[in-house]
Unconditional design. Structure first.
Length: 250
């Protein structure tokens, strides 16, 4: 446990080419409109991370400019894939450009939005330590462009509850080879939601799936495939009640 109460972790950040969509236009006030398949699950008011990012950026840069921000929420919330942090980071990048600001302000604001917001601001493969906000960029050329399939059972999972179930046993460093990486939160997450085990097992059984894990604190699981065709074949057979996203790693 870190002095500020957050958990000390070691993690690997990788990013997909698809996700939520964010746009903005100049305006007198700062507003947010949320649409998309998961818009009803997300607050559009003052608690929204996108608005927090925008307000934080204005304060850091000492500006009073506004923006009409639109968020198309395509990713399920509380799903272990950093959607909220990625949206906040996208808002920082977008408004930095729209308002003509020095990028240093976005870098200063990002850590206040969540432990993984700085990694999302960079959007490059990185090893995260500390609370996930001490970053070291890593080269993963063999993963760039790899077909990946994400599946979520459409049930939100609380990160705090998963950590509360974790036994606190450190199983050692992850090492330098991502193929040997594990997820120590998988066991407590499955204890809270056994369906995660079924999702991961389903992915692992698909032809062409060569690496399968739970993402973050769950409940989303993913598989990296050896070809786009095999990934798409798997995506077409995902049980209808589960959410899926066929995409690529950057």
């Amino acid at each position: 446990m870190l002095p500020d109460g957050r958990h000390a972790i070691e993690t690997l950040f990788a990013f997909c080419t698809d996700g939520d969509r964010l746009s903005a236009e100049p305006a007198d006030e700062l507003t947010l409109e949320v649409s998309g398949p998961f818009c009803s699950d997300l607050p559009a008011g003052e608690d929204n991370l996108v608005l927090k990012a925008a307000r934080g950026l204005r304060q850091s840069a000492g500006v009073t400019k506004g923006a009409a921000i639109s968020l198309e929420k395509r990713l399920p919330i509380a799903s272990g894939i950093g959607g909220g942090s990625a949206d906040a980071a996208a808002a920082l990048r977008l408004l930095t450009s729209l308002w003509g600001l020095d990028p240093k302000h976005a870098e200063a604001v990002a850590p206040s939005l969540g432990s993984d917001a700085l990694a999302c601001l960079l959007s490059l493969p990185a090893r995260g330590e500390g609370a996930g906000d001490v970053l070291t960029l890593v080269e993963l050329p063999e993963l760039s462009g790899a077909p990946v399939l994400l599946i979520n059972p459409r049930v939100p999972l609380s990160t705090a509850e998963v950590y509360a179930r974790w036994d606190g046993v450190d199983l050692g460093p992850l090492g330098d080879d991502w193929r040997n990486a594990r997820n120590d939160l998988e066991k407590p997450a499955i204890a809270l939601m056994p369906l995660i085990g079924a999702v991961e097992a389903w992915l692992a059984a698909q032809s062409g799936a060569n690496f399968t894990r739970m993402s973050g604190s769950g409940a989303t699981c993913f598989a990296i495939f050896d070809s786009e065709e095999r990934r798409d074949a798997a995506a077409d057979s995902v049980p209808r009640e589960w959410w899926r996203l066929a995409t690529f790693l950057r």
